[in-house]
Design a binder for this molecule. Structure first.
Ligand code: GLN
Length: 490
């Protein structure tokens, strides 16, 4: 039993803790041993915090003992080893955003989601690798090193939350928090054969999340299965007075949504998501997953989301525009890298020139251009209008169907280096995930098979604040299949 502790789901580990069959220290030690064994190959972490983790685990064990003696139930996260994407602030733990400009940044406060994890008693194992400032789809844009896909070390884990997805797949933590601005939770989850949920915009507080594109960013769970995603979401969701974009809706107990039953549920299949350029093996796995849902009693309907083809260009105006504004704060004055010079403009030039990597600079330039006088109406304003049309497509679709299913990504994990020279190719990796962020709705990616030995992800999209719907369909599919139980042969 003990040797496989790191491969347990959160829910399974919680059961063992409840029954007194294991301890948080044992779980944490198992995870730390697995990190020691595979981290040299996978490189999922920027910072590992073993002492802190063991200290938190000992405290958790004391609490668990008290709860058990009193016959009380306790949070399913109490004593569970979790990792956090290194763009979410952790008090006193280095938070780099995988950027040279924040290489030595130690936040003086916790993000709200981290506060919530700590309150629930989670054990923090470390901070995971990402594309610099979450800009990318492969984790190769990390200023430090690329992460590798545990299913094939020659391939990327996806991005930008590639470290989180790889760590979960490799058993280097039991669950993780990633962020999703255009697909960064779902696409790496798909590439690594795990589950990733992008909550509706406003469902989870962004306070303490280093901003990339503020109208799109959301924090979401990356886990081994749907139950764990529901569980983590229940803990991190909710209104936060410190984030005015977080919405004051009650947080349902998402575990209750997990009934393996889809009879009569209307599932939309958008014809625009089955495009040329999609890998054959991916299309086959997705079609089979749709057939499976139909066999389970779902009503499958073809639908149309006519503005889908404009999503990618729209995103690449709005996201860089917001990024160029958000990243203006890294001027060497307040925090982060500072390179002194004899004159202020020279200081800015040196600090930003050396601190940011090439993709971040590209985004800042694109965004600054799109926002500049004379171009604002033609680019940024136009993009905002098209964004509304994309949202309308979904509004109309959700009048006819309960959820929409599609591939998470048109391909399986690609080789390291395959797309770094061609940003447009890299951007195309997110064509199926980006519309969800533009519309502010929710979606989950779950494993649905393999193509050439690599995991394929099925995306289930739902209306804004319809997390229970996507969780239910995802759970029913998961329970009818075995894909989520597959582990990479590391
Ligand atoms: N890959 C997309 C980008 O590069 C999305 C990133 C994200 O969701 N953070 O912008």
């Amino acid at each position: 039993m003990e040797s496989a502790l790191h491969h347990l789901s959160i829910y399974q580990a919680h059961k063992l803790l409840k029954e007194g069959q294991t301890t948080s220290v044992e779980l944490t030690e198992a995870v730390l041993r697995q990190i020691e064994k595979v981290e040299g190959l996978v490189k999922a972490y920027i910072t590992i915090t073993p002492e802190l983790a063991l200290k938190q685990a000992r405290l958790a064990d004391e609490k668990i003992l008290r709860h058990r003696k009193a016959g009380e139930s306790f949070s399913p996260l109490l004593g569970i080893p979790i990792s956090i994407k290194d763009i979410i602030c952790t008090e006193g733990i280095r938070t780099t955003c995988a950027s040279r400009i924040l290489e030595n940044f130690f936040p003086p406060y916790d993000a709200t989601v981290v506060e919530k994890l700590k309150e629930a008693g989670a054990v923090i194992v470390g901070k995971t690798n990402l594309d610099e400032f979450a800009m990318g789809s492969s984790t190769e844009n990390s200023a430090f090193f690329p992460t590798r896909n545990p299913w094939d070390l020659e391939r990327v884990p996806g991005g930008s939350s590639g470290g989180s997805a790889a760590a979960v797949a490799a058993g280097e933590c039991l669950g993780s928090l990633g962020t999703d601005t255009g697909g960064s939770v779902r696409q790496p989850a798909a590439f690594c054969g795990v589950t990733g949920l992008k909550p509706s915009y406003g469902r989870v507080s962004r306070y303490g999340l280093v901003a990339f594109a503020s109208s799109l960013d959301q924090i979401g769970p990356i886990t081994k299965d749907v139950t764990d995603a529901a569980l983590l979401l229940s803990v991190i969701a909710g209104h936060d007075p410190k984030d005015s974009t977080s919405v004051d809706y009650p947080v349902p107990d998402y575990l209750k949504a997990l009934v393996p039953e889809v009879k009569g549920v209307r599932v939309g299949v958008p014809k625009e998501y089955f495009i040329e350029g999609m890998e054959e093996g991916v299309e086959k796995a997705i079609r089979e997953a749709i057939d499976c849902l139909e066999e389970l009693g779902a009503e499958v309907v073809e639908i149309s989301l006519p503005h889908t083809k404009y999503a990618l260009p729209t995103y690449y105006l709005i996201a860089p525009a917001e990024a160029s504004a958000n990243l203006a704060r890294y001027d060497g004055v307040k925090y982060g890298l500072y390179i002194p010079a004899s004159e202020l403009w020279e200081e800015y030039r040196l600090t930003r020139g050396n601190g940011f990597g090439p993709e971040v600079k590209r985004r800042i330039m694109l965004g600054t251009y799109a926002l500049s006088a004379g171009y604002y109406d033609a680019y940024y304003l136009k993009a905002q209008k098209v964004r509304t049309l994309i949202k309308k497509d979904f509004d109309e679709a959700f009048e006819k169907v309960d959820v929409i299913v599609a591939p998470t990504s048109p391909t399986v994990a690609f080789k390291l280096g395959e797309k770094v020279e061609d940003p447009l190719k890299m951007y195309l990796s997110d064509v199926f995930t980006i519309p969800v962020n533009l519309a502010g709705i929710c979606a989950i990616s779950i494993p649905c098979g393999f193509s050439e030995g690599l995991p394929v992800g099925l995306q289930v999209m739902g209306p804004a604040f319809g997390e229970e719907k996507i969780l239910r369909v995802a759970y029913a599919y998961e329970q009818a299949t075995q894909w989520h139980l597959k582990r990479p042969p590391l």
